[in-house]
Design a protein around this ligand. Structure first.
Ligand SMILES: *Cc1c(COP(=O)(O)O)cnc(C)c1O
Length: 368
């Protein structure tokens, strides 16, 4: 059999665990953590060079990376990342939701950004090791989780930009995440921008790369000035078709028929989006990928044909959209309150993640 060498060689991780944060201090930090600001005790790093491929895989203490100021990532933005959550089961084991989908998406982002692929098994092993070392950081309680942030950066030291970097660093860090909305689900309001685009045909919109985010801040500010929580991105050519919302995908509900914008190359293929398509069909709803124009959105909301709109993504799960606003005016979805389809899907998804509902699709992976 002619199997690639990579399949047979598994990367050896060095294990340099530390004692870490004392229990009492960790318990304090886990009470209502501000998302993203409390990091766990360990991190995983793996290096890549053209000569050696992936090497020096290490589970070690969390800490600063020492990088030369002329490192490529600082100047040319060659960076990709992932985001997924791990949950604590009652028996103390740690599970994660569809980590294989994140491993695959990291690699499709890598192709677009001319970065090396990381074997999926190595990606999963890195997560497993980190979760094993930092298992006490995984909070219990409905909706609570440990958020995992794998990312890859270009580390070649050179201000010359001739070709892709000849070295990279893959890193995984983690932070505790409380239930996104305490005390129930609050609908968000959205500002539909026609001044800014997130992505264009042939661009990097379908890759999960840092640069896609930096460019959205001005639009997010504009949304706040308009009294809205989030930005809705339209296609860049006609400024007419909905792509996505902030850093989440969108679903439009017409009674028992759901539509989500199709993957045209300018929006991200969310793992949550894909899961919702499946769950909706499980619940006997029709769920399709298609095109949704702003005019149709507004007209259908006015006529009552459009009953609900929600966004979905790993960080905010499923969030109802109550009010939309554009340069042309403002409209509500129904009475502006969360609708039954949104709430049903949210309950189903969170139920699977917390172990309260059966995992019919084998989405949960035992990690530690
Ligand atoms: C990460 C992300 C999403 C949501 O993807 P999930 O896999 O569901 O978390 C949607 N849009 C953008 C731009 C994103 O970066």
């Amino acid at each position: 059999m002619n199997r690639p060498l990579e399949c047979r060689m598994s990367l050896e991780f060095s294990d340099r665990r530390v004692a870490g944060t004392p229990d009492a201090e960790r318990a304090r930090l886990l009470t209502d953590p501000v998302f993203g600001q409390v990091l766990t005790d360990h991190m995983v790093t793996i290096k890549w060079t053209r000569e050696r491929g992936w090497h020096d895989a290490l589970l070690g203490p969390y800490g600063p990376l020492a990088l030369d100021p002329a490192t490529q990532v600082f100047h040319y933005g060659q960076e990709i990342f992932e985001g997924l959550k791990a949950y604590r089961r009652e028996d103390g084991s740690i599970v994660s939701f569809r980590p294989d989908a994140n491993a695959a998406r990291l690699n499709s982002s890598a192709v677009r950004m001319a970065m090396p692929a990381l074997p999926e098994e190595t990606f999963l092993e890195a997560l497993r090791l980190l979760l094993d070392a930092d298992r006490d950081w995984v909070p219990s309680g409905h909706g609570n989780s440990l958020y995992l942030r794998p990312f890859m950066i270009a580390t070649q030291r050179s201000l010359g930009f001739y070709d892709a970097s000849d070295s990279y660093l893959f890193t995984v860090i983690a932070c505790p995440a409380g239930a996104y909305f305490k005390g129930g689900v609050e609908p968000v309001s959205v500002w539909i921008t026609t001044d800014y685009s997130r992505a264009a045909d042939g661009g990097t919109g379908a890759a999960k790369c840092g640069g896609n985010y930096a460019g959205t801040l001005v639009a997010q500010r504009q949304a706040a000035e308009q009294g809205c929580d989030q930005v809705v991105w339209l296609d860049s050519k006609e400024r007419r078709w909905v792509d996505e919302m902030g850093t989440s995908n969108m679903f439009f509900v017409h009674g028992d028929r759901l539509v989500t914008p199709e993957l045209t190359g300018t929006l991200l293929s969310g793992v949550t989006r894909d899961s919702v398509l499946t769950l909706a069909r499980d619940l006997g709803l029709t769920a399709e990928e298609g095109r949704v124009s702003v005019e149709q959105w507004r007209a259908d909301a006015a006529s009552g044909r459009l009953t609900e709109v929600f966004s979905c993504g790993t960080s905010s799960m499923i969030t109802p959209v109550g009010r939309a606003r554009s340069a042309q005016g403002e409209w509500l979805m129904g009475d502006g309150r969360p609708g039954p389809v949104t709430l049903r899907l949210r309950e189903e998804l969170m139920g699977i993640q917390s172990g309260e509902r059966p995992d019919r699709h084998g989405w949960l992976h035992k990690m530690a």
